[in-house]
Design a protein around this ligand. Structure first.
Ligand code: SF4
Length: 417
């Protein structure tokens, strides 16, 4: 697990968000260290209240970048003026605060669920459908804690989902280390069957978000899965399938179970069935055996599949994993590759948000945002922020229509219509 250093600037809202980031990091097994030089990753929760603060933020980010291998900036300046870090030559990952916990790590699947009991948090119901995975990735430390997949019956998960909806959940988040291998140990992958039954058998107005599913697990059921997504409006048209590399050689060394073609076939199947959907994926850059050619293949895959939500992680060694024994690449190589990929990410994600401006979308108001704003999700799970929510009478848990009026680097802004 990673060693992190976090610095928070600005108002109480930023401090609250940093506390939540820290809680999630500790739950996932990461640990704080005394300063940036001892950390695998430094996190700067930024403020941009006046121009002087802005200059201070850029200066501090520059110092942090020099002291740590990996810098994440979040908070107000990251959201409002995220491009300024790149313009100042600062190599940082610019993220919304709730993306930070998953971005810290080494590409492992998150272990945020201790068991498979559901949790209701506001109008969000978290439903872990299984525990463990079917893989043995060479860089993963999570696996030691979670073991092989253990899948409760479909019936049991449907009943848990029903209980969440009856208790007030409007968004059900299906989670697990790898939701795509749900049922694998019994010889039948059944994520699509579970989703179909949740959408068909549970009464009420709710949305379902499917959490991380590795490409191998969903490749074998891609047709059935895409059909279920196309059939049910309750499902957000969103999949998170971490490909990690565009090179089959590197995937082999990572001991990922999929090949690049399988990932592409999953994407093509969803493209065929759905007009509007979001692909989310993860890339690890700078894996010890990654050559320039391998990296170029990852960039080409990124351009070809155009994921609109992407986690780019710089490889770092974790004790006790097989990949920790491999001779690593130099820090500068990893930085350069990460920068190149992050720039492409900004371009593709920016184009995706830009294409939404002027359109009207039905959204679900999922949770409160900073100040008097609410965070909403459209049908493809893209985040749209409605500001001055109380003045406009928008409440968490409500479905509404919004017109998209603009965007930042990590989400769009909308006005109720
Ligand atoms: S799929 Fe790979 S990275 Fe994810 S928990 Fe399993 S072994 Fe770890």
């Amino acid at each position: 697990m990673a060693r992190y250093h976090i610095e928070t600037y600005g108002c109480t809202s930023n401090r609250g968000e940093s506390r939540q980031i820290e809680r999630k990091l500790r739950d996932a097994g990461h640990r704080p260290v005394d300063g940036p030089s001892e950390a695998d990753v430094a996190i700067m929760n930024s403020c941009t209240v006046v121009e002087k603060t802005e200059r201070n933020m850029l200066r501090r980010a520059e110092e942090l970048q020099a002291e740590t291998a990996d810098l994440i900036v979040t908070g107000c300046m990251a959201i409002a003026q995220g491009e300024e870090f790149a313009e100042a030559g600062i190599d940082a990952r610019v993220l919304h605060w709730d993306e930070v916990p998953n971005a810290v790590g080494n590409g492992e699947c998150p272990t945020t669920t201790a068991g498979t009991e559901p949790i209701l948090d506001g109008v969000v119901g978290i439903l872990p459908i299984a525990r463990g995975c079917m893989s043995d990735c060479s860089y993963c430390i999570t696996k030691h804690a979670t073991g092989k997949i253990d899948s409760p019956p479909v019936e049991e998960n449907v009943e848990k989902a029903r209980a969440l909806v009856h208790a007030g959940a409007k968004e059900i988040r299906i989670t697990g280390q790898d939701t795509g291998v749900y049922g694998w140990e019994e010889g039948e992958r059944k994520l699509h069957r579970l989703l179909d039954r949740i959408c068909t058998e549970i009464d009420g107005d709710f949305r379902v978000r499917v959490g991380m599913a590795n490409p191998k697990g969903i490749h074998g059921i891609r047709e059935e899965l895409a059909d279920v997504f196309a059939e049910h409006d309750e499902l957000y048209n969103f999949i998170h399938a971490p490909v990690q590399s565009g090179s089959n050689d590197v995937l082999g060394d990572m001991r990922r179970q999929h090949q690049v073609d399988e990932f592409v076939e999953v994407v093509e199947t969803f493209d065929d069935r759905l007009d509007y959907w979001t692909l989310s994926t993860d890339f690890i850059v700078g894996f010890p055996s990654e050559t320039d050619h391998d990296h170029a293949q990852s960039m080409a895959l990124f351009r070809e599949t155009r994921p609109e939500k992407v986690n780019v992680t710089r490889f770092s060694k974790r004790p006790g994993t097989d990949a920790a024994d491999l001779k690593g690449l130099g820090g500068q190589v990893k930085k350069d590759r990460s920068k190149e990929m992050s720039e492409l990410k900004q371009q593709i994600v920016g184009e995706a948000y830009e294409s939404m401006v002027g359109e009207t979308r039905e959204v679900l108001a999922v949770e409160e945002g900073t100040g008097d704003s609410v965070k909403c999700r459209d049908g493809a799970y893209r985040q749209i922020i409605v500001q001055n929510a109380s003045e406009r009478g928008v409440e968490v848990g409500e479905f509404l229509e919004v017109e998209v009026t603009g965007h930042s680097t990590v989400y769009a802004f909308g006005e109720p219509v």
